[in-house]
Design a protein around this ligand. Structure first.
Ligand code: S3P
Length: 176
């Protein structure tokens, strides 16, 4: 296993867990949204308004592809990256994908008023709307190799749970 990619809905904790996980593994951390913004000099909100969401999705695809050619990295994707056709199923065997699962209520609670760079959310977004979007994405997220429930858990809890799973899988695959 040479890299980890974190997927899941907004507010799942991909960035915070990714950063903590990379620190524990001694690997580099990349946040896909951050990379797109710093490379293009354009905010996510601007991408969505002009040139538009489809252009943003294409950019997400090509920046992620480039980053995923690096070794010993943890990549936190944006909530929509994994929902584009083929993104998870085309990952190679040395890339471990992890779905950080969060329910709609907790997602809204965690994101709070921080919707500036989340054009698909609004400050008054209701649980039903968030739930609808999350449900429409569930089958795409479920293509990840691992699923970790983050509801009611801290970044530290989730990170140490992932580390435990990784250690167990190393022990299991080592020759006896
Ligand atoms: C999006 C999630 C955001 C960001 C953009 C679109 C989505 O990232 O990429 O606003 O489609 O779910 P986070 O999941 O980091 O909030």
């Amino acid at each position: 296993m040479r890299r980890v990619v974190l997927v899941g809905f907004m507010g799942a904790g991909k960035t915070s867990v990714g950063r903590a996980l990379a620190a524990q593994l001694g690997w580099r951390f990349f946040d896909l949204d951050h990379e797109i913004v710093s490379r293009s000099g354009r905010s996510i909100r601007d991408w969505f308004s002009d040139p538009g969401e489809s252009a943003f999705r294409r950019e997400e695809g090509s920046v992620a592809q480039e980053l995923l050619s690096e070794d010993e990295i943890v990549l936190a994707t944006g909530g929509g990256w994994a929902t584009e056709r083929g993104r998870l199923s085309r990952l190679d065997a040395s890339t471990l994908s992890i779905w950080l699962e969060v329910d709609a209520e907790e997602s809204l609670r965690r994101v709070g008023r921080d919707v500036t760079e989340r054009p698909l959310m609004s400050r008054d977004m209701g649980v039903q709307t968030a739930r609808g979007l999350l449900e429409s994405r569930r089958t795409a997220y479920a293509l990840a190799s691992l699923r970790v429930d983050t509801n009611g858990k801290s970044v530290e809890d989730v990170t140490s749970h992932i580390i435990e799973i990784l250690e167990l899988s190393v022990v299991k695959t080592e020759p006896q």
